[in-house]
Design a protein around this ligand. Structure first.
Ligand SMILES: Nc1ncnc2c1ncn2[C@@H]1O[C@H](COP(=O)(O)OP(=O)(O)OP(=O)(O)O)[C@@H](O)[C@H]1O
Ligand SMILES: [Mg+2]
Length: 245
C-alpha cells in the first residue's frame, strides 16, 4: 500500500502556570491509503494529536512527514466552527479564499463539495437555519473543498442524533470508498467502538493521558459491515480489552 504519512514519536507537554501536563508520550504511526480511527478515553490527547498532524499545534519532539507531493489537510473540528454571519457557500469557500484562491474559483469548488454532501440547494442559508446534521455536512464539505490529501475528523458524528449520525456515516464512507474526492487517507477520532469498526481499515487504541498507542487492530471485514455478525462482536471484545489494558 502506498504510504501517505509517517508519524514518529510525537511528544507534547502543556505547561501553564507552572502546571505541567504531559499529553502525548511518544506516538508513532504509519498511515497508508486507508481509513484509520483513533479511540481513546476522554482527555487523553486525541484532539491534540490531530492538531499536531494538521500543523495547528507544534509537538515538543517527533515529526509528521508526508510522502505525497500534495500535503494539504482537511479538518472537521470537534466543536462547531461555522461563522454565523456567513452563508453556507461563504463558509465552505472561506478556507480557499484565505489561501488565496480567486472568489469565483473558490465558489465553484465550494458548490462542487456542497453537492457531494447533498446541500447544494442550501448554499444561501445561514448556519442558524440548518439542522445539526446539515451543519455537520457543511463542516465536511468545507474540509473537502480544500482538496486535501489527508482528511482529519474529530468526533464528527458525536453531536448528532443516532439516525442522523448513521446516515452521515454511510455517506462519508461512500465518498471515501468511491474515491470521488482527493482524500487518500482519513484519520478519525471517535469514542464510539462500534463506529470505528463499521468505518475503519485500522483502529488505533490510545491509553489514558499521557497518550501512547496501546494497540492497533486491523478490521478485515467485508463492507458493508454487519454489526450483528460474530466477527464484528469478536473485534468489539478485543478493542474493549485493549481500552482497559
Ligand atoms: N492549548 C492547551 N493548553 C493547555 N492544556 C491543553 C491545551 N489543549 C489541550 N490541553 C489539555 O490536554 C489534555 C488533552 O486534551 P485533548 O483535547 O487533546 O483531549 P481529547 O482526547 O481530545 O479529549 P476529548 O475526548 O474530551 O475530546 C487535556 O487535559 C486538556 O486540558
Ligand atoms: Mg477531543
Amino acid at each position: 500500500m502506498p504510504k501517505v504519512l509517517t508519524i514518529s514519536n510525537l511528544r507534547k507537554t502543556f505547561i501553564e502556570d507552572k502546571r505541567v501536563l504531559e499529553v502525548l508520550a511518544g506516538i508513532s504511526l504509519e498511515v497508508g491509503e486507508e481509513f484509520i480511527s483513533i479511540l481513546g478515553p476522554s482527555g487523553c490527547g486525541k484532539t491534540t494529536l490531530l492538531r499536531i498532524i494538521a500543523g495547528l499545534e507544534k509537538a515538543d519532539s517527533g515529526e509528521v512527514v508526508f510522502h505525497t507531493p500534495d500535503k494539504r489537510v482537511g479538518f472537521v473540528f470537534q466543536s462547531p466552527t461555522l461563522l454565523p454571519w456567513l452563508t453556507v457557500l461563504e463558509n465552505v469557500a472561506l478556507p480557499l479564499r484565505a489561501s488565496g484562491v480567486r472568489r469565483d474559483e473558490a465558489y465553484e469548488k465550494a458548490r462542487k463539495y456542497l453537492s457531494l454532501v447533498g446541500l447544494r440547494a442550501f448554499e444561501d442559508f445561514y448556519p442558524r437555519e440548518l439542522s445539526g446534521g446539515m451543519k455537520q455536512r457543511v463542516n465536511i464539505a468545507r474540509a473537502l473543498a480544500v482538496e486535501p490529501t489527508l482528511l482529519l475528523m474529530d468526533e464528527p458524528f458525536s453531536q448528532l442524533d443516532p439516525l442522523t449520525a448513521e446516515s452521515l456515516r454511510s455517506e462519508v464512507l461512500d465518498l471515501w470508498l468511491y474515491g470521488v474526492t482527493t482524500v487518500r487517507a482519513v484519520i478519525m477520532v471517535t469514542h464510539n467502538v462500534d463506529e470505528a469498526i463499521l468505518m475503519s481499515d485500522r483502529i488505533v487504541v490510545l491509553s489514558p493521558r499521557p497518550a501512547k498507542v496501546n494497540g492497533i487492530i486491523e478490521v478485515n471485514l467485508p463492507r458493508p459491515r454487519d454489526r450483528r455478525s460474530p466477527e464484528f462482536q469478536k473485534l468489539e471484545d478485543r478493542i474493549y480489552e485493549l481500552i482497559s489494558a
